[in-house]
Design a binder for this molecule. Sequence first.
Ligand code: WAQ
Ligand code: MG
Length: 252
Amino acid sequence: MEKWYSIRMRASEGGPHEKGGRHISGAERIIKEKELEQIAANMIKRALTHSRGEPDFISLKVDKIEQEAVHIISPITIQKIDNKGQDETKAVLKKLLAPLPLKEEVLFFLYDWMIEDDQTRGAIIVDIHSGKRIDNQGLRGVRVSHFDWDKSFQEKWIQNKKDFHNERRLEAVALASKVAKAGTICELCCSDDPEYTTGYVTFQHTYVQIPNMKKKDVPRGGRVFLVDASTIDLDAYMNFLEKTPVLIGGSK
Ligand code: WAQ
Ligand code: MG
């Protein structure tokens, strides 16, 4: 039986994240033993060559995982919509998310927060009805972890998707697929990388790419997971997002 590992990298400048260091880069994979060395080297390279700056702290963690514990899930459906400029983004989001029980003032408050966030390392969990944050994780937020694509499944999946031969995008789709599977009603995402202005929202099991989510050259961004606080088991939800190994596609 093949051995599987979770491998995770995070890099920051001015000390480790938990001691106030500024986040530079992060990545993670679920891989087989024979891939470990190569992928560890790639992750270090990625940390050292990131557009957000030069890290002075890099953490690389490797954990063996039990094959039986791995959940296999399908990728979320992909869509793209037009958005001509950042001054139209709020109107685009409002129209797109109209089917949800989400008040305009809550949506706009969360959007404004997300595009300006330079503090929170993970995502915040917010009740879709009250608009209140419910995760109690402070600046750490909730870190979605232990997820990856099955590589041969991914090769087939991208064949008819010309815009998805892109590591960042593929990673975002995998994360969003796990987040949706956990019972999230809607996810809002904006990169904190200064040059990367395309964000996305997911709802009703669809990932909608939104150009001009923020203005260019802004090194801020964030993620929001909207849930129904009256029905969700918050501990189980967070445990699934942070700890349960999930592979997109493939088989055991
Ligand atoms: N779990 C939870 N939140 C995270 C995680 C994680 N593993 N990684 C990042 N975040 C939060 C954190 O607050 C970041 O500031 C924010 O999300 C953005 O992270 O189809 O690159 O890694 O072209 O900069 C979208 C692609 C890319 C859209 C998003 O996000 C497309 C991206 P980044
Ligand atoms: Mg980033």
